[in-house]
Write a protein that binds this ligand. Sequence first.
Ligand code: KG4
Ligand code: ZN
Length: 357
Amino acid sequence: VPFLRILGIETSCDETAAAVVERDAEGHSNVLSDVVLSQLDEHSAYGGVVPEIAARAHVEALDELIEEALKRANVSLNDVDAIAATSGPGLIGGLLVGLMTGKAIARAAGKPLYAINHLEGHALTARLTDGLSFPYLMLLVSGGHTQLILVRGVGQYERWGTTIDDALGEAFDKTAKLLGLPYPGGPAVERMARDGNSDRFDFPRPLVGEARLDFSFSGLKTAVRQAAQDIAPLSDQDVADICASFQKAVSRTLKDRIGRGLQRFKTEFPTTFPATGPATGPATGEKPALVVAGGVAANLELRGTLQALCDKNGFRFIAPPLHLCTDNAVMIAWAGLERMATGAAPDPLDVQPRSRW
Ligand code: KG4
Ligand code: ZN
């Protein structure tokens, strides 16, 4: 295994992030630095991410953040082997800032550039944190994405399911907003749900029972709005009951959808799971694994549901530490490292960001 050290840059949404990650000749990986600047305060007054504000905040913060990441890693640009920058999907303004900065550094320092798909970053993180070998299933649940992905190898991803309307984090955020709870909604809804009666409202569980592996959450949000209107004005207990019932419906939906995904995985990979790429951990005889990523993965009830589902189906449930589940640059550096390690050619310096990918 070649020794590799990569500088990663992430600017696709409302986190400005830079990180340095390395893997030594024995295959041991190390996060040398992990710097994240959240723009939460700048957006919370608007109840969501404002693209123009995000782009400007990235411009203002990124150079210093990269310097900070190098400093904390105790390395200079000469000591890194490549630059990895998120090139999509995401908000185009932020992507431009991060990718252009990555290109400029690559050009000035004479280093190769890897333009990284943000989802690939999420998808490969569990190999850094848990030494997972291919193939495995990944559930990405964030404010912008709800996807069930089969990760076959570096660069080999199959999307098995996605949302046909709202992302799950978006459903939490919208539900919170119409209940008068603060942004971001997920943590607020989870907190309120603790004191609520989850049986009070019977909210819909869209697509449950269907063979396809997709998700749908906009009907759930509509049902919450209706329930809130029917009993307005809402007491704190009403809000708590709605949150608990909402979370239960989400939980049941995930159980059904992901349960089917695990079954399909077992059908496609009936025996053991040999590594098909440069594995960093044990290869054969492992239990299959479901990895979760994205901000919604912070939700303890949903984690509990997924853990129980995995236990029942003979899967390992892997939830990387939260700061690596949410947006960060470690995962981008790591994805660049994995690509470089496979011998993949770097991207040309005229590579363009892609808002949708
Ligand atoms: O991955 P993330 O930090 O950012 C992106 O969307 O890229 O995810 C943020 C989303 C928000 O929608 C937020 O409401 C949700 O994750 N979230 C949660 C919880 N914590 C954050 N949703 C449910 N329960 C939580 N505890
Ligand atoms: Zn993300």
